[in-house]
Design a protein around this ligand. Structure first.
Ligand code: MLT
Length: 412
């Protein structure tokens, strides 16, 4: 008899964004005439930077000629891209990261989901609340938690992020081995200063713990005291893995390219206390289960680091940050407390009522799609997340519609 992995049955409903899509589809079937504005999932709307488009065209032409054709590439990425990443994203910021610490992949979602495979089953796990659901769900699937009770899985240490702590979690009060952090944060939009991040690195060094640092939104950082990489903090290369993505940086959500940094010094231990290189484990996994990102896509990603690419990416970021500032100001004007939107494309809004009810209210009365905060964890109840990824005109229209809806209908 074929049997299932019963840990899947502990999972709550469907994946957050799949659940939202089902609700939208049901709404659209009932109201085919309504034009919706999507400020829900963080999916980009602006076209790819021209430098990336040109590089991708050129690479496709190379594949059309027998002299320049390429088949399988290296699983961990071509050297030209790994070198460019190491130099521009790390060495230029004083971080001692080299090309062979970089693993190119097709998405930070996959990497943040897959990385847990390297670690023991009975780890003590620290997970922020609210949180990008992939970190939790993949550990539930792997059997690292108990059942869900009142929206929380047994066996996880939740790091609460609330307005009281400016959405920066305090160090855990009980010892943990594996810590997920995401800054600039999805969903709260909060960013962490160097001094605050140093506390976490020091904690991990002291506890022989490991930090999984999701920096997918790094390109949105504007403030000088906010580190772009955890490796700007001394000692982090021993205790941290960093995830980056070209999705939000350069509009690659549909193109698919990301990378994970696992420095040579990064160490985990056997039950007997023997130190093992985490990079070697990830290399083994990556080469066994992944066959690399396509050549044209890696050439397009490389072009992000060219002078033209850098200028075009900066324009994209500025565009979305202008949307973010507009959204935040609009919600503040409407009387809501907000965080994020300054070093991040997400605005986290306290709605003081059930998050899914407010989601339905905006859908029905404004035709605007947001993400209900409850989908990110218990601390997200009574919050919604608005994404700045859309055209400025649509963002303006969405804010006008929301303002009108709040004026004419009670969300309660
Ligand atoms: C989000 O909206 O949280 C992200 O777009 C999801 C993702 O990057 O997978």
């Amino acid at each position: 008899m074929i049997r299932i992995n019963e840990h899947y049955q502990k999972l709550q409903n469907s994946y957050l964004f799949a659940e939202i899509n089902q609700r939208i589809q049901a709404f659209q079937q009932q109201h085919p005439e309504r034009e919706l504005i999507r400020l829900g999932i963080g999916d980009v709307t602006q076209p790819l930077p021209d430098a990336c488009v040109q590089a991708m065209h050129k690479a496709v032409d190379e594949l059309a000629e027998s002299q320049t054709f390429r088949g399988y590439g290296p699983e961990q990425g071509y050297d030209f891209l790994r070198q460019a990443i190491a130099e521009h994203d790390f060495q230029a910021r004083g971080a001692n990261i080299n090309a062979d610490d970089i693993f190119v992949s097709d998405g930070a979602k996959c990497d943040t989901g897959n990385i847990q495979e390297l670690f023991a089953q009975d780890l003590r796990l620290a997970i922020p609340d609210p949180v990008y659901p992939v970190y939790v769900d993949t550990n539930v699937m792997a059997g690292r938690t108990g059942a869900s009770q009142a929206g929380r899985y047994q066996g996880l240490v939740y790091l609460e992020c609330t307005a009281e702590n400016n959405y920066i979690p305090a160090l855990p009060s009980e010892p943990v081995d594996l810590i997920y952090l995401c800054f600039p944060n999805n969903p709260t939009g909060a960013s962490i200063t160097r001094e605050q991040l140093r506390l976490w690195v020091d904690y991990a060094l002291e506890q022989q713990a490991l930090i999984l640092f999701d920096a997918a939104y790094e390109a949105f950082i504007q403030d000088e005291d906010v580190p772009h990489s955890i490796y700007e903090i001394e000692g982090a290369e021993k205790v941290a893995i960093e995830f980056r993505s070209f999705s939000k940086t350069a509009g690659f959500t549909g193109v698919r390219c990301a990378y994970t940094v696992v420095p040579k010094a990064c160490t985990a231990y056997t039950a007997a206390g023997v130190a093992v290189s985490v990079r070697d484990l990830w290399m083994r996994r990556h080469t066994t289960k992944f066959n690399g990102v396509s050549y044209p896509v890696q050439r397009a990603a490389e072009a992000v680091y060219s002078p033209d690419g850098k200028a075009q990416v900066a324009e994209l970021i500025e565009y979305y940050l202008k949307n973010a500032a507009y959204i935040r100001q609009a919600f503040q004007r409407m009387g809501f407390a907000c965080s994020g939107g300054d070093n991040s494309p997400y605005i986290w809004i306290e709605v003081k009522q059930d998050a899914w009810a407010f989601f339905d209210f905006l859908l029905n009365n404004a035709g605007v799609i947001c993400t209900p905060g409850a989908g990110f964890g218990r601390c997200g109840e009574q919050h919604i997340r608005i994404s700045a990824f859309n055209n400025f005109e649509k963002v303006q229209q969405a804010m006008q519609r929301i303002e009108a809806a709040l004026l004419h209908h009670s969300p309660l």
